[in-house]
Design a protein around this ligand. Structure first.
Ligand code: ATP
Length: 781
């Protein structure tokens, strides 16, 4: 059957059913002259601003790319900044979120390289810096779309990709989009990274790139760049800081702040609410909110990856009735691509994320932005809520505030012209999941561990926030918060000293800092800790849930003759106690045959443990050592001697002394051997680690790069593209994997291994001991 698009009279269509446009034959020489001429006549007159892309003096290649991507009308920022940028001016562009800033810099970049007839041999012509890998990848995708008819090549340089491969491609890239850290790495280490010819530098989310977090990288990068270049800075929260302009050697920049005169700093079609959610009720409130909005697409912002992981893991188990996904820095690259693509395509979904997706990310059709953790400042608030109500779409945002944060945060929002309305959640919609979370944490040590981490990171993040009018750790109900996370009280908190929250965010594994200088926050915490530290607390601090459960049982169970029906946890009898309850069938079942310690079956977990041989080994008591004499008779290792023989051997004291000396010598010898062995192991480990690090440095997955346009440029994907996954460049948080309780190192393989009762020797029996071992095995069958 002939596909509909190929039927007579039908125009070819793309995957979305849109009509495919036939590419014209580009006559560059002619086009170039026309463009240059039109550009000379272009007036930057505020009264005659262009309203369509077709009003601009653009090359056929760009104009057709925009047409193919269905961009026709200019947004405000585009209509004001593109003409000035085409004229070669430095630009400081500020416009609300979702207002089309990406095209406002990409179109001039493409046009500049076209006018210069840039080719592969000319090297790097344009450098676009983005604060996150996600955003860099998104910019790259837009460039691929609108630049599909252009000849220069473009590449994505992002941390976590194959450095060597990137380095090999860099000399052939004419446009590079990258994150500051990775770009600097290449500048320092990649010989082919030549920036001498650079024509244009763009900083997207410029205020973020220029803040303390990236200071070192950006200054070092800019140091390498030629000063005779065009520079463009864009952000929804742009500043005119003179120091920044000096750092970037901007020349009489055009400050284009299209929404500066607007009464609101956020999109008009965005509805913004807040409600009071005291910290201990926050998780319940979030759950209730999600449950009440199941037919939505929402992004929930939390302050750290630990918070995200904990909330995601709990909610996932409790099944709210909406697809849940989570995103934070350092999540595996493939998982990340799946999540971002899946969430972009979903109709109803809830993405729980850190600020890694707060800026620039253009997920389509997001209905709700939920800020469950208060943003660090009003700018972060603006960027987070900007993930909805993009371009001309509607959207809603809600902010959860602890009463302590309310006044301070509202002042900050007011100062930034952010209209927000207080609402009260409906009481009948509020649901508590505290008990379920407590139960989950009790059953799953890993989840409890995540809860502890999430709590600690939350407290640390509040502690190192600069704005002390909003963030006052000592006034928060940390115990209540800990309990809402299934913990018995606030875990012990210890803060590292540091200076800036953004620095810490960019140095994911560097830990958190105490911005306030330590004194007050720390003192308050110590006081809180001292107040809250209970027996439960100490018990829950333990990693081993098996240990914990028996103690917990002892603590919570009643000990008298009260009415047992009211109790859910029965007291575990200790071995010396009477098991009469077990005998009459009313109490817990006690299995005596398992060894010296009776095993009490009082819960499903313990019942399950009965099926696990490994777990039961614990209850078998210590193993005993037996040896066989020449007649095959078994003896314990320390056998009691006949009394007369014993006395004949001399005074007891002397014998004890001799025995002790002998044993001590054995221990010393063992110690020496152990030390030698562990030294060898350490050496081996170090060697392996070094090898692994060397491999990681040289051998990480492939990078993105593409040739824009070329002969085979087509509608779908004309680019020789290495598609890869976007990952946040500056991970705000510490990776979860590394913080899990470490597994115990595997014991050294024993030479002799028992299998089905037969002793197997790694070599043929040579010595008397070997033969004995074989005999023991045979006897054992
Ligand atoms: N001229 C236009 N016509 C139609 N849609 C447009 C136009 N310009 C941009 N858009 C669309 O508007 C959305 C937002 O654009 P973009 O991501 O560039 O916004 P932004 O201003 O950079 O936002 P943020 O501040 O959040 O980074 C995108 O989906 C984009 O495709």
């Amino acid at each position: 059957m002939v596909p509909p698009s190929q039927q007579r009279g039908k125009k070819p269509q793309n995957a979305k059913g849109q009509r495919k446009l036939k590419a014209p034959a580009f006559r560059d020489d002619e086009d170039l002259e026309n463009v240059k001429e039109a550009l000379q006549g272009l007036e930057l007159d505020p009264n005659t601003r262009p309203s369509k892309f077709s009003d601009l003096p653009l090359s056929q290649r760009t104009a057709f790319g925009l047409q193919q991507s269905h961009f026709k009308d200019l947004t405000d920022i585009q209509s004001r900044s593109i003409p000035a940028a085409l004229k070669g001016k430095d630009i400081l562009g500020a416009a609300k979120t979702g207002s089309g800033k990406t095209l406002a810099f990409l179109v001039p970049v493409l046009e500049l390289l076209f006018r210069e007839q840039w080719s592969k041999q000319d090297g790097l012509g344009a450098l676009i810096i983005s604060p996150t890998r996600e955003l860099a990848a998104q910019i790259f995708e837009v460039l691929r779309k609108i630049g599909r008819n252009h000849l220069p090549s473009a590449g994505l340089i992002e941390g976590g990709m194959n450095f060597k491969e990137e380095a090999e491609r860099i000399p052939f890239m004419n446009i590079i989009i990258g994150t500051p850290g990775r770009l600097l790495q290449h500048m320092d280490r990649t010989p082919g990274f030549s920036v001498g010819n650079l024509q244009v530098l763009v900083l997207d989310e410029a205020d973020r790139i220029l803040d303390m977090g990236f200071q070192k990288e950006v200054d070092a990068l800019v140091d390498h760049l030629p000063t005779a270049r065009q520079t463009m800075l864009f952000s929804a929260t742009q500043t005119k800081k003179v120091s920044d302009l000096a750092r970037l050697s901007l020349k009489e920049p055009e400050y284009i702040a299209v929404h500066q005169e607007a009464t609101e700093a956020t999109p008009k079609q965005l509805k913004q609410y807040y409600f009071l959610a005291p910290l201990p009720t926050k998780i319940d409130m979030l759950w209730s909110f999600i449950k009440a909005n199941l037919k939505s697409k929402m992004i929930v912002f939390l302050s750290s990856s630990k918070q995200v992981r904990f909330v995601y893991e709990c909610f996932r188990r409790l099944k709210p009735g909406i697809p849940l996904v989570s995103l934070y820095g350092r999540k595996g690259q493939e998982a990340r691509l799946k999540i971002t693509e899946g969430f972009a395509a979903a109709k109803y979904s809830c993405l729980i994320a850190t600020d890694v997706v707060a800026r620039g990310i253009d997920f389509p059709s997001v209905n709700w932005v939920v800020q469950a953790d208060c943003p660090e400042d009003a700018d972060t608030y603006i960027h987070r809520v900007g993930r909805t109500a993009r371009y001309e779409n509607e959207g809603q945002a809600v902010l959860f505030l602890d009463p302590v944060e309310e006044e301070g945060m509202l002042n900050r929002l007011e100062q930034k012209r952010i209209p927000i309305r207080k609402v009260t959640p409906k009481a009948d919609k509020e649901k508590s999941i505290k008990d379920q979370i407590q139960e989950l944490c009790f059953k799953e040590p890993d989840l409890k561990y995540t809860a502890q981490k999430a709590f600690t990171y939350y407290a640390q993040s509040v502690n190192h926030m600069k704005d002390k009018d909003v963030f006052q750790l000592d006034k928060l109900d940390l115990d209540g918060f800990a309990m809402s996370m299934g913990l018995p009280g606030a875990p012990h908190l210890q803060f590292q000293k540091g200076s800036d929250v953004k620095k810490i965010k960019n140095a994911p594994r560097a830990g958190m800092s105490d911005e306030s200088g330590g004194e007050s926050g720390e003192d308050a915490l110590q006081r809180k800790k001292a107040q809250s530290k209970s027996k439960y607390d100490r018990l829950f601090e333990r990693q081993n849930q098996d240990v914990l459960s028996s103690h917990y049982g002892n603590v919570v169970a009643h000990t008298g003759d009260d009415d047992e029906d009211f109790l859910t946890v029965k007291r575990v009898l200790n071995p010396n106690e009477s098991d009469s309850e077990g005998k009459d069938g009313n109490g817990p079942t006690i299995l005596k045959h398992l060894g010296p310690q009776p095993y009490v079956v009082d819960s499903k977990r313990r019942e399950k443990a009965l099926k696990s041989k490994k777990k039961l080994l614990k209850f078998k008591g210590n193993s005993t050592k037996t040896y066989f004499d020449e007649d095959g008779i078994a003896h314990p290792v320390y056998e009691l001697q006949d009394e007369e023989d014993f006395e004949k051997e001399g005074p007891v004291d002397k014998k004890i002394e001799k025995f002790m000396e002998g044993e001590a010598a054995k221990v010393r010898q063992g110690d020496v051997e152990d030390k030698a062995l562990s030294k060898e192991k350490r050496k081996e480990k170090k060697l392996k680690r070094k090898q692994r690090e060397a491999e990681e440095r040289e051998d990480i997955p492939a990078s993105k790069s593409a040739v824009l346009g070329g002969d085979d440029a087509g509608e779908e994907d004309p680019l020789a593209l290495m598609r890869s996954l976007p990952v946040a460049a500056e991970d705000y948080v510490v990776d979860s994997e590394e913080e899990r309780p470490r597994k115990k190192p595997k014991k050294q393989k024993k030479e002799k291994r028992k299998s089905k009762g037969v002793i197997q020797l790694a070599h043929d029996p040579e010595t008397l001991e070997d033969l004995e071992a074989v005999a023991v095995g045979l006897l054992g069958q």
